[in-house]
Design a protein around this ligand. Sequence first.
Ligand code: CUA
Length: 337
Amino acid sequence: MIPLLAIGFPLYPEQASTISQDVDMLFLFEMAVALFFTVVIFAAVFYFAIRYRRRSPDETTQPLHESHALEIAWTIFPLVVSMAMFGWAGWLYFKNSRPPVGSTELYVVGKQWMWKIQHPEGQREINEMHVPVGRPIKLIMTSEDVIHSYYLPAFRIKQDVIPGRYTTQWFQATKPGKYHLFCAEYCGTLHSAMGGWVYVMEPADYEAWLSGGATVGTMPATGEKIFQRLGCATCHVSQGGGRGPSLVDLFNKPVQMQDGSKVVADEGYIRESILNPNAKIVAGFQPVMPTFQGQVNEETLLQLIAYIKSLGKTEAQPAETAEPGKSKAPAKGPKAP
Ligand code: CUA
């Protein structure tokens, strides 16, 4: 691996995540290819323009000769180069769109014009995000109003946040520090001011930060309170037998629908089921659930989802008793095998 900043020229933002160098290498390669062809093409343009210029007014064009070797060469060579770019970029894209199992999950909500971050342990931040170094962080993101884009240049990640759906992104910070956070999608008057800082901390400092400050309880615990307040529990009886399906051990599992299809109960499915319950009806149940549109905002939805995630294998230990800042259980959640 070449230390790209070794020459001291600030071509790139600081490299502070596990993929930073990979992204920069790809960028450098594409830059080199573009530069190479630019130089070759311009040199050829000038060379031919001078070498084969019209020398007298009555000079006519020479007959053209076809060269199959040349035709094949300039078809094959760019094909190989562009397929290399495609393969390399595809590999990097997939690597960067699949968070490792067991990543710490943080929830991000964008709105005009701020970023709201929730930690499963209950901490909430605005325009700041505290993360531990050396641990994979998965971001589950949405927007309250228009499209924004969560952009962390030092970590080489940028992902649009879109109203009405969840997008995810992950990174693993490699060194403690303070890094820029931007909105990278024009979103109105104060778009340029919609940013902040990411604080990458040593794990011990992060634990200390998590347990400091007043919190209202973990995300699953808050979600459970909302679940009770909205009366969800009257139909979604955890032992089953209610008017709605039990939500225990539901998250990330396939669910059989009335129309015969199967849907994986991910964040998007749960969100849709709360806001538009009749969109997908679970086999064996009636479309009797009212919509909760207008009664829950994006942050509340995420708390409800965090609660439903916690209703997995940890059901024996209710979310309420989870110690804020200590328990990592909600962060992991039940995962499909
Ligand atoms: Cu939000 Cu630009």
